[in-house]
Design a protein around this ligand. Sequence first.
Ligand SMILES: Cc1ncc(COP(=O)(O)O)c(C=O)c1O
Length: 284
Amino acid sequence: MNFDFDAITDRRGTNSSKWDAMERYSGVSPEDGIAMWVADMDFPAADFLQEAVQGLIAKANYGYFASDAAAIEAAAWWMGARHGWPVEPDWMSSTLGLGHAIALVLETFTDPGDEVIIFTPVYHEFSSKIRALGRVVHESPLALRDGVFEMDFEALEAGLTGRERAVLISSPHNPAGRIWTVAELRRLAEFYARHDLLMIADEIHHDLIHPGHRFTSWLVAAPEAAGRSLVLTAPSKTFNTAGARHGMVTIPDPELRQRFRTALHAHQTQPNLLGLELARATTC
Ligand SMILES: Cc1ncc(COP(=O)(O)O)c(C=O)c1O
């Protein structure tokens, strides 16, 4: 399994969002600026991903497929092997990436006017999706203490309105670069349970960890929260495959899972063949 991190490819002019949409978004042209605004990398895909795609092409068939089970098995294996989180494959559902997953989760489990707590600053799609769906952003600004960004539980408790319905976290946190400690996650578990909220943990960056640090997944830190939690993961940041639009929503609770699957079905949402093949290949 190999990535060549030294072989930088020039993606300018290749319909790369990072480079070719930069001027539209920021006014800075790709000739003048270095694109560092999105977690998307400039080295070639790993050899095993290329082999997987070549295997797909060799079949010369892009028709309907029977199931996403192989990709799901791969993802479940990854959570157990790498993160010590024993996930039943049956708990997982495929989505078209995590922006899609966040929107669908909010639409399914909250109502217009409900407040969703986010710890700001945070990945911009959290607030844009909450607002686009007619829900209300409940900001809990991170506190900077001794150079470290922390959740400010005292301020959060003091500012509650009673209309909060869910908490949406980025773990590790984008952009603060924090890996939440087990103690912080447990404090959050105590908070969300006391206020009877739904917990949505976006763990898309779970593999991008500096040496010497250790990421703890939400349900490893707070297993008792399984009945009220949804965990969002994807292979896309780890393997630089965001264009394949594949993510997973893991829901241990059968009733919540069924509600989510009904929503997926209603939207006729199925992953695409390329995303599934790339996800499956990550266990080879
Ligand atoms: C925390 C977080 N969640 C979700 C996404 C987007 O995921 P996707 O590309 O699967 O829609 C990003 C992208 O950078 C992110 O940082």
